[in-house]
Write a protein that binds this ligand. Structure first.
Ligand code: DOR
Ligand code: ZN
Length: 427
């Protein structure tokens, strides 16, 4: 055994004082007492599975002044995330085998943590799905237009879901209906106008279309960043093969919250009402929501601080997601058990990787947390290139240590590995 880690570990649904044995990057044993070449005793601190983020935009290639795979993955590591899945709306977009291969190779040289890469499924690459599926981690479909995306014509939705279903890959869908967005578009000067332009109805229509198009098809479908009570209600009683995620901004922010800036919080789908926010948060506890995903969408502070009409949409969040919710769990806004499902076990299961649980045979990916050790989020302490956070000043609990495949990536809040440690978790 190469390494043993001792503490109050979350194993089999509860916390136990135990030792975790690690051999060749995998958890090889879990017992009250174990001996390894190196022993790390964390005493009363909690050992949790590391988080898995199924939704990040690391902007690499093409927009690396906002973020690149090195900085994005470093930010993720500091936030207790051991594996991220990157969205395809880069420049070029990840639509072809060539672009996909290039991205995997480049990310492999830069990433600090493990990673997967999605392809876009668009009207233009319908015939390439099978070939792309051999390499990518899943597909993304944009039913509504957003930052640098190709919108997918919903007429072809059933066909593409069938094709992707045959490959056994997950398909992640941005669920806002394009015709509805076009119909409701108003001139936007602030967040309230932005909400009028992208009403909950558009999310509801898109979700209804997805449910109808996927009838009888058992492809794995994930609805990204659910944002409205209407969307939530439409998904109640959803079939087993359909999952959905929510983001920290949609769970924690609303238009009634007197947000300190308008443009910084511009995002698609939009920040909605307090009622939407509270409905989503309630559904975290035991409802239709399966995972929390960051939708880390960095734009630089300067790019965001412009006239509302032209400000880009999206906010960073991969580093603050788990820490914000660890603090909320400490305050009993939701249980730690439920949080670990939402952030670790379920994302790992949806994407099909051997992570997300402290269990023999899985990757030795975990974080060490002291629930007494909370701080306030400060942009200057974060690692994304974009240089700001929508959660400036919020209380959070950052992990002191982060292990990925048995390697200490973060030790006492300091990074220990170079870029390139991360591995493609594959197709
Ligand atoms: O606001 C958004 N920004 N929504 C998306 O779906 C994409 C993202 C981005 O890439 O900036
Ligand atoms: Zn996104």
């Amino acid at each position: 055994m190469d390494l043993t880690v001792e503490g109050k570990a979350f194993v089999n649904g509860s916390f136990n004082d135990c030792c975790i044995g690690i051999t060749d990057g995998k958890i090889s044993d879990i017992k009250k007492i174990l001996k390894g070449d190196e022993h790390n005793d964390f005493g009363n601190k909690l050992i949790l599975p590391a988080g898995i983020d199924l939704h990040v935009h690391f902007r690499d290639p093409g927009m690396t002044h906002k973020e690149d795979f090195s900085t994005g993955s470093m930010a993720a590591a500091f936030g207790g995330i051991s594996c991220v899945f990157d969205m395809p709306n880069t420049i070029p977009q990840t639509t072809t085998l060539q672009n996909l291969n290039d991205k995997i190779i480049s990310a492999g040289k830069k990433s600090h943590i493990d990673f997967g890469i999605y392809s876009i499924a668009s009207d233009n690459n319908i015939n390439d799905i099978e070939a792309l599926a051999k390499k990518c981690s899943g597909f993304k479909i944009f039913l509504g237009t957003t930052t640098n995306t190709i919108h997918f014509n919903k007429k072809n939705l059933r066909e593409i879901l069938k094709d992707i279903g045959k490959t056994n890959k997950i398909v992640l869908i941005h669920a806002e209906d394009e015709p509805c967005l076009i119909k409701n578009k108003v001139k936007e000067n602030n967040l309230s106008d932005h909400l009028h332009s992208r009403p909950a109805k558009c999310e509801e229509i898109a979700i209804k279309d997805i449910l109808a198009a996927s009838k009888g098809i058992n492809s794995k479908i994930h609805i990204c960043h659910l944002s409205s009570c209407e969307g939530l209600e439409t998904l109640r009683g959803k079939p087993y093969n359909i999952s959905c995620g929510v983001t920290p901004p949609h769970l924690l922010l609303s238009l009634e919250d007197n947000l300190p800036s308008q443009t910084l919080y511009k995002v698609n789908p939009p920040i909605r009402t307090r009622f939407d926010k509270e409905s989503l948060f309630n559904s975290l506890k035991n409802g239709v929501v399966d995972i929390i995903e960051s939708d880390h969408a960095p734009h630089t502070f300067d790019e965001k601080c412009v006239d509302f009409t032209v400000a880009p949409t999206g906010m960073p969040g991969v580093e603050t997601m788990f820490p914000l919710f660890l603090y909320l769990a400490k305050k009993e806004a939701l249980s730690l058990q439920r949080l670990i499902l939402l952030m670790c076990a379920t994302p790992a299961e949806l994407i099909g990787i051997p992570k997300g649980k402290i269990e023999v045979g899985r990757d030795a990916d975990f974080i060490v947390v002291d629930l007494k050790d909370h701080c306030r989020i400060k942009s200057e302490n974060l690692h994304s290139k974009c240089g700001w956070s929508p959660f400036e000043g919020w209380p959070a609990i950052f992990p002191s240590h982060v292990f990925v495949r048995g390697e200490k990536l973060i030790e006492d809040h300091e990074i220990q590995v170079n870029q390139g440690y991360g591995r493609f978790v594959g197709a």
